[in-house]
Design a protein around this ligand. Structure first.
Ligand SMILES: [Zn+2]
Length: 422
């Protein structure tokens, strides 16, 4: 019998860059837009087709599939101990309407590559290895984002998710029923089944790794997010006859607020993410003083205390700039930052170092399914660079060698976790 490190090395060596790339390119044909990207939104026929392709690759390997009530699909390579909880890795394969060929699907196929490599190496792990496809991570057709993992983890009631409709009035329940019928997976899986550890590989979707010439990002956590909706109320008046002194100009007031907030949010380290993404002016007429402005704030930071402090200053800051206009500030979303398990981060760091891959710690600016797994089991994520930091874009691109490096790192950590049976 081989020692554990030799076993792990055999699996890592069996990870194939060409096969991983070929799988990625094959899935990229499903929902291809003809402009280099894909439109494979959640619970569409394209989503079902991509899942079926994966099942088609799994079957001859002898991997079994199961599905839960929100459509999350689990592909299992059994371990020696059938009662042991699995080491799970994966991501999503739905995309934005003009999505790229790597966001989400890379994490699914990297996990699947680890299962295949383990089989090619003829290795028997103690724990089962499983690859997961989470339903509707993107949230472009059905809101919210990360729906499948949220329902799995108990953060979103199943009934609420099923009742959600798209803009055509089609519910998740009916779209899911069609997808499940198409997939025809007999084995049902419960939510929150015991999991030994969860890992997710993903393209960075930002410019940091590429700029630093690093291959592997050890994700320390996912930054927190607060959303605000600010409504400024003034008074409509004739643009030609009303002197400045007596105006209640909602637009000028809103601009003053945004400028003051911009200064408040300034940090030398450039860690705060502050965005005014929507700005609606009423009545939006060239010769009327605006009576009402609605604007939104998207505020993000990895440090919970800083996110609380900055977010809580938004309302008093707006009030201080109101000068006679009315103002209402409503917080519409509050998602605290999460931190990944230090032991998993350590394993990822050691694995990257072991394979001489340049690596660095990095905070995730975007949300991911892994966010909901931290409450269930030790969890972690790794990033690989994507060209120009471009994502949610048909031009999204990641190099085959970087993708393979991420899969090798994933393989090393999954095998480490799957072989150490207590
Ligand atoms: Zn994604």
């Amino acid at each position: 019998m081989r020692g554990q490190s030799a076993t792990i090395a055999a699996v890592v060596n069996a990870v194939r860059e060409d096969r991983l790339w070929q799988h990625l390119m094959e899935i990229a044909t499903i929902g291809a837009t003809g402009r280099g990207g894909v439109n494979r939104q959640a619970l569409t026929p394209e989503d079902a087709k991509a899942r079926k392709r994966l099942l088609m690759w799994a079957a001859p390997r002898g991997f079994s599939a199961s599905v839960d009530a929100i459509g999350n699909v689990f592909i299992r390579r059994p371990g020696q101990d059938a009662t042991a909880s699995p080491v799970l890795a994966g991501s999503h394969l739905d995309t934005q309407p003009t999505g790229g060929n790597f966001d989400g699907i890379y994490g699914v196929l990297a996990a699947f590559e680890v299962l295949e490599a383990a089989s090619d190496a003829g290795v028997v792990t103690q724990r089962p290895l499983e690859a997961v496809v989470w339903t509707n991570e993107e949230g472009s057709r059905f809101q919210p984002t990360t729906m499948g993992s949220a329902v799995f983890a108990g953060a979103l009631p199943l009934e609420t998710a099923l009742a959600t409709t798209d803009t055509a009035g089609i519910s998740v329940a009916s779209a899911l029923a069609e997808t499940l019928q198409d997939l025809a997976i007999p084995q049902q899986r419960a939510f929150r089944f015991p999991i030994a550890a969860y890992l997710e590989a993903h393209i960075e979707q930002g410019p940091i790794l590429e700029a630093a010439q690093q291959t592997i990002g050890i994700v320390s956590g996912i930054q927190g997010l607060r959303w605000f909706r600010i409504e400024v109320t003034g008074e409509e008046a004739h643009a030609g006859t009303t002197p400045r002194r007596i105006r209640k100009d909602a637009f000028v007031t809103a601009i003053r607020m945004v400028t003051a907030l911009q200064e408040l949010m300034y940090d030398e380290a450039d860690t705060v993410r502050f965005t005014v993404g929507r700005f609606e002016v009423t009545p939006n007429s060239p010769n009327t003083v605006p009576s009402r402005v609605l604007f939104t704030i998207d505020l993000r930071h990895p440090d919970a205390a800083i996110l609380i402090r900055l977010g809580d200053q938004i309302e008093p800051m707006c009030r201080a700039q109101a000068h006679g206009c009315g103002v209402s500030v409503v917080e519409t979303l509050n998602s605290p930052p999460i931190a990944f398990d230090p032991a998993i981060r350590d394993l990822l760091r050691k694995a990257a170092a072991h394979h001489a891959l340049p690596h660095m710690d990095i905070v995730s600016g975007a949300t991911h399914d892994a966010k909901y797994m931290v409450d269930l089991c030790p969890s972690g994520m790794l990033f690989v660079p994507c060209r120009g930091g471009i994502s949610h874009n048909e031009a999204e691109y990641a190099a085959p060698s970087d993708l393979a490096a991420g899969a090798k790192t994933l393989a090393e950590v999954m095998l480490e976790l799957a072989s150490n049976h207590p």
